[in-house]
Ligand binder design. Structure first.
Ligand code: 4NP
Length: 560
C-alpha cells in the first residue's frame, strides 16, 4: 500500500499520520504522543516509533504499528532509555539508547525482547542501516572538536570507527548498498563524500548536474540516497535551504526544506519558513514546480502581523561577523524588541517555522535572532567557536546584537528571551550585563552547571564536558547562581517539571535566592512535562505566561 507517513500536531499532539500520495485519506495512525520515528521502509507497512513513558523525562519505549493505523501496535520488551537514533531494520528495529550508566546500541523485533549489542562511554547516534550493517556517528575519539563515523557489523558484532582524517568533523552517514554518504570537513570546508566500505574508497560525492556550484553552500540541512542510488541534499546558504537532486537545483518556495523522499520518480518535500508552518510539497518530474499536498493553515491575522524579514551580518566585539535574522512586526520602528536566543547551542534560527518567534511578532514585537558563534549553518569553523567558552564569546555576540538593534533604529527597548541554552544565556546575560535589558524570559534554563552535570544522565554529562572542553574551572564563572545579586531587570522563569536536560532543582534554588534578595520575578512550572514539547498545550504553558509578562514589562498593555 503506497502511503505517505508524516509527523503532525494537527490534533494538538505530536502524532504519526498517513495519507495517500495526493495528501487525501488522511488518518492519524498513533494514539499516544510520540517522540522518535524510524524512517519507514518501502518493503513493509511497518511504522516504528517511541513513546515517553516517564512523564517527560524522555525515557522511551518502542512500538511497532502499521501504516493504516488499524492494527493494535506491538511492543518491545526493553528498559526505557533516552533514544539517540531509531532505525527500522529488516523486520524490527535497531536503536541507540542512553541510560544513567551508558550509551548503547540495541536490536529488537515486534513482540520480542531488546538485546544490547554494544555499549560505549562515548556519545554516538545511529543514523542508518542496510541489512547486516548499522552506521552512525559520534564523538568516538572523545575529542570535543571532532566526530567520527562508526560501522557496526550485525553478523560479527564488530564496531569499527572510521574517519577520513583524525580530528575532522564527520556528519551523520546514510548507507546505500556498501556506500556511505556523509559530510566531512577533513579538507577544510564542509562537503559531501561517499565512502565504499567494501572497497575502502573515499571520494567526493558525484553528481550529474552542477547547479550547486552556483551557490555558496556553507552547511547541509540533510541529505540522502534516492531509491535508485542518486544523491539529494539540502544545502544551506544565508540562513535558508536549497534542495538539489543529483546536483540539479529543485524549485521550491523560499524557506528551509528539511526532508526529501523520492517515490516512483516523484519527489516529496517538507518545508517551512518564518511565515509558513511546515507543509509537504510534491515536485513536478522536471523539478521546476512544487505544490503543497498537505499544508498547515495560518490565520490571516497572524500572517498580516509580519513586517519585513531581514538577513544580515553584524560585527561583534572581535570583528567576527555574526549572521542574524530580524523579523519585524507591523509595529512602528524603533519599537519594543525581543532578543531571541536559540537553544542548542549547536542549532540556529533559520528561515523556518518557529512558534515562539511567530507568537512574539503576532503580539507586536520586533524580533532580533542572532546566530551567535557556535551556531550551525555557517560552517564547522564557526560552529566550533563556543567549545570551551559557552557563555563567553557567544554572550558578547548577543550584547552586540542588542547594540545593533538600537543603532539601526529597530529597538527602543530590548528584552532577552530563550529556551534551554537560550534560557541559560538569558539567566547569565541578566546578571553579567544587568543594565542592558528591560526584562528577561528564561525557559528551561541553566543557572548552575555543576548541579546540571550532577543530575545529568550519561549523554548529558558528556555533553557538558564537550561544551566546556573539560574546563570545569569555568563552570562557576558561567553559572548565574554566583552573580544573582547583580540582577536588575524583572525576570520571568518558565520550567518544565520533569526536565532531564535542564533539571528544575538548580532553578528552584535560584528562585529561592531571588526571593531572599527581593528581586522582581515570576516562576511558572509546567506540570507533567519534559524538555521536549510534544503537545500544543505544552507550548501554551510556556509561551502564554511569557507573552503576558512581556506585554506588561515592555509597556504594551494597550495593544491587543
Ligand atoms: P537545548 O538543551 O538548548 O534544548 O539543546 C540543552 C540542554 C542541556 C545542555 C545544553 C543545552 N547542557 O549543556 O546540559
Amino acid at each position: 500500500m503506497d502511503r505517505l507517513i508524516y509527523v503532525s500536531t494537527e490534533e494538538g499532539i505530536v502524532s504519526l499520520w498517513s495519507s495517500d500520495l495526493n495528501g487525501g485519506d488522511r488518518r492519524k495512525i498513533t494514539k499516544e504522543r510520540i517522540m522518535n520515528t524510524a524512517r519507514p521502509n518501502r518493503e513493509n507497512n511497518l511504522v516504528v516509533y517511541s513513546v515517553d513513558v516517564s512523564r517527560g523525562r524522555e525515557l522511551q519505549k518502542i512500538f511497532f504499528g502499521d501504516n493504516s493505523g488499524e492494527k493494535e501496535p506491538d511492543t518491545l520488551e526493553m528498559e526505557p532509555v533516552r533514544i539517540l537514533g531509531l532505525l527500522q531494520h529488516d523486520k524490527g528495529v535497531v536503536y541507540t539508547g542512553s541510560s544513567d550508566i551508558d550509551i548503547a546500541l540495541y536490536i529488537g523485533e515486534p513482540g520480542g525482547k531488546a538485546e544490547k549489542l554494544y555499549s560505549s562511554d562515548k556519545i554516538f547516534f545511529s543514523t542508518d542501516s542496510w541489512h547486516k550493517v548499522v552506521v552512525g556517528h559520534g564523538l568516538l575519539e572523545g575529542n570535543p572538536r571532532s566526530s567520527e563515523i562508526f560501522i557496526y557489523d550485525l553478523d560479527t558484532g564488530q564496531f569499527k570507527v572510521y574517519t577520513p582524517k583524525r580530528g575532522s568533523v564527520n556528519g551523520p552517514p546514510k548507507i546505500y548498498n556498501s556506500r556511505l554518504l556523509f559530510t566531512s570537513n577533513y579538507e577544510g570546508k564542509t562537503n559531501l563524500y561517499t565512502y565504499d566500505i567494501d572497497k575502502d574508497l573515499l571520494e567526493p560525492a558525484k553528481f550529474l548536474y552542477d547547479d550547486y556550484l552556483k551557490h555558496d553552500i556553507k552547511d547541509y540541512v540533510n541529505y540522502g540516497w534516492t531509491e535508485t542510488g542518486k544523491i539529494w541534499f539540502i544545502g544551506k546558504t544565508r540562513g535558508r535551504g536549497i534542495v538539489f537532486y543529483d546536483g540539479q537545483e529543485v524549485k521550491h518556495p523560499r524557506g528551509t526544506p528539511t526532508y526529501l523522499e523520492e517515490h516512483h520518480g516523484i519527489l516529496y518535500l517538507t518545508l517551512s519558513s518564518f511565515k509558513s508552518p511546515p507543509s509537504i510539497y510534491r515536485i513536478t518530474p522536471d523539478r521546476q514546480e512544487a505544490s503543497p499536498i498537505i499544508s498547515s493553515i495560518l490565520d490571516d491575522e497572524i500572517k498580516e502581523a509580519f513586517g519585513e524579514t531581514i538577513f544580515l551580518k553584524y560585527k561583534s566585539f572581535d570583528e567576527l561577523e555574526i549572521p542574524c535574522f530580524i523579523i519585524e512586526s507591523k509595529s512602528p520602528k524603533p519599537g519594543p524588541t525581543i532578543l531571541y536566543v536559540h537553544g542548542g547551542p549547536w542549532s540556529e534560527v533559520a528561515d523556518s517555522w518557529n512558534i515562539s518567534i511567530a507568537s512574539l511578532v503576532a503580539n507586536g514585537f520586533h524580533v532580533v535572532a542572532p546566530n551567535f558563534r557556535g551556531s550551525t549553518g555557517y560552517g564547522e569553523e564557526f560552529r566550533l567557536l563556543d567549545i570551551g567558552d559557552p557563555g563567553g564569546g557567544d554572550l558578547k555576540d548577543i550584547v552586540y546584537a542588542r547594540k545593533y538593534a538600537f543603532e539601526e533604529g529597530i529597538a527602543d527597548k530590548v528584552a532577552i528571551m530563550g529556551y534551554s541554552y537560550g534560557g541559560f544565556m538569558t539567566f547569565l546575560a541578566t546578571v553579567k550585563e544587568p543594565e542592558l535589558w528591560s526584562c528577561g524570559v528564561a525557559g528551561a534554563g541553566i543557572t548552575d552547571w555543576s548541579e546540571v552535570y550532577e543530575l545529568g544522565d550519561a549523554v548529558f554529562k558528556m555533553f557538558v564536558e564537550v561544551l566546556f572542553d573539560g574546563k570545569r574551572e569555568l563552570w562557576k564563572d558561567r553559572s548565574a547562581i554566583h552573580y544573582v545579586e547583580k540582577l536588575k531587570s524583572p525576570l520571568c522563569i518558565l520550567h518544565p517539571q520533569n526536565d532531564t536536560r535542564t533539571p528544575l532543582r538548580p532553578v528552584l534554588k535560584y528562585v529561592l535566592k531571588l526571593s531572599e534578595l527581593g528581586k522582581t520575578f515570576e516562576m511558572h512550572i509546567a506540570p507533567d512535562m519534559g524538555h521536549i514539547l510534544t503537545r500544543m498545550d505544552d507550548a501554551m504553558k510556556i509561551l502564554y505566561p511569557a507573552l503576558i509578562f512581556l506585554l506588561k514589562h515592555m509597556n504594551m498593555n494597550d495593544s491587543d
